[in-house]
Design a protein around this ligand. Structure first.
Ligand SMILES: [Zn+2]
Length: 63
């Protein structure tokens, strides 16, 4: 069944494991903004806790 083979290959390509963008060693998920579930949870917590994300980003950009 050639069709099933091709479908399987496509599935494997889309599920290629990517490492977490924070280099924590875990695998990331596209649903988690390129982070693993643990780092994404912290990421969401930081976003929720920062009242002014724009100001925070500007301050972090300063030398
Ligand atoms: Zn991570």
């Amino acid at each position: 069944m050639e069709v099933l083979k091709e479908m399987a290959q496509e599935t494997n390509q889309s599920q290629a494991p990517l490492l977490c963008s924070t280099d924590c060693g875990f695998y990331s998920s596209p649903r988690n903004n390129g982070m693993c579930s643990v780092c994404y949870k912290y990421f969401l917590q930081r976003q929720n806790s920062s009242v002014r994300p724009l100001l925070t980003a500007a301050l972090e950009g300063l030398p």
